[in-house]
Design a binder for this molecule. Structure first.
Ligand SMILES: *[C@@H]1O[C@H](CO)[C@@H](O)[C@H](O)[C@H]1NC(C)=O
Ligand SMILES: *[C@@H]1O[C@H](CO)[C@@H](O)[C@H](O)[C@H]1NC(C)=O
Length: 306
């Protein structure tokens, strides 16, 4: 007869076995840490919400991932939707989930304020969350990363442009380039149809100047960027993939038209990875719409945790 404890262990293994095989991680500690709302992280003129996930297996001098939700989402929903809290238990980093203050819960990626370093917009609030977390948890300021989906992906590009000194790397899941959603009437949280439809097309040099103007005078290091987009995205048309890659190629001085390497079926079938250099990769997913699913294991590699 099988002893009760062994039976339980086997039963748990059977239940969680597939997750183990897919994720190589211990499901018994998945998300054993706590998700907490923080209300006093510093100046927050646009009233952005903040949730933080601190894993049980917190590393000493931990890294930080800022994970930014899509429209209609919340920080709490992105905590549930994305793999980062589970990965946090494996790698010991902290996750910050900002929460949009607007009805419809898109991000402000259109106003002058948010598109400016210390301009007092949403980007400023998210930057203040990062600073608060670094201080509170003695986090490693050289291991701070930003990622997001859709509107959160737009915000990822905006964070990389407005606060380049804060981040070591970013991953963008189906967004638009920084400044593409610009509002000519300086409206916060505006939808920009011409950008969404892929009609805003310009040169790498012009895109770079738009990104650089968001923190003008900055000459330090900038986060390396990884850009995912689906080929049949009809919310943010695939041209936005090309424009975003142009933008960062321009910023890093890579020749957009002459990438270093193109790898077919990487990281999976029908995904094509284009490498311009150490600081820029694009991943174009054929047959994928809005949005490209989060690739947690690839993110861990890009951020240097795995
Ligand atoms: C949309 O963004 C582009 C820049 O990407 C800008 O030229 C255009 O004026 C914006 N449209 C509106 C309605 O603000
Ligand atoms: C955009 O990028 C994709 C994937 O690399 C490429 O197949 C396509 O030709 C590019 N489009 C333009 C207009 O450059």
């Amino acid at each position: 007869m099988i002893p009760a404890f062994l039976f339980l262990t086997l039963a748990l293994y059977a239940l969680t076995g597939s997750a183990r095989v897919l994720g190589h991680r211990n499901s018994l500690v998945a998300r054993a840490g706590s998700l907490t709302e923080i209300t006093d992280f510093g100046s927050n003129p646009t009233n952005v919400g903040m949730y933080i996930y601190v894993p049980i297996n917190l590393a000493s001098s931990p890294g930080i991932i800022v994970a930014i939700h899509y429209c209609t989402g919340t920080g709490l929903e992105y905590y549930n939707y994305s793999p980062y809290a589970t990965l946090a238990e494996e790698y010991g980093f902290i996750v910050i989930y900002p929460s949009s203050p607007y009805e419809g819960s898109c991000w402000d990626v259109s106003s002058e304020a948010t598109l400016t370093h210390n301009g007092g917009g949403n980007s400023n609030s998210i930057a203040n969350m990062v600073t608060w977390t670094i201080n509170q948890y003695s986090a490693d300021s050289s291991k701070v990363f930003v990622t997001g989906t859709s509107s959160g992906a737009m915000m990822t590009n905006v964070m990389a442009a407005t606060y380049p000194e804060l981040f070591a790397a970013g991953t963008v899941y189906s967004g638009v380039s920084a400044g593409c959603f610009y509002s000519s009437t300086n409206q916060a949280d505006a939808w920009n149809s011409s950008c969404a439809l892929g009609d805003v097309i310009t040169t790498p040099e012009h895109w770079a100047s738009i990104a650089e103007a968001m923190d003008s005078g900055y000459t330090g290091t900038r986060p390396k960027m990884q850009i995912y987009h689906g080929s049949i995205d009809t919310t943010l048309y695939p041209q936005n993939y090309n424009e975003t890659c142009k933008q960062w190629a321009g910023v890093f001085g890579y020749e957009y038209d002459a990438p270093q390497e193109i790898e077919a079926n990487t990281p999976q079938a029908d995904y094509q990875t284009t490498i311009w250099g150490d600081k820029l990769q694009g991943i174009f997913a054929t047959g994928v719409g809005h949005t490209v699913p989060i690739h947690g294991d690839q993110d861990m590699e890009w951020f240097g945790f795995a």
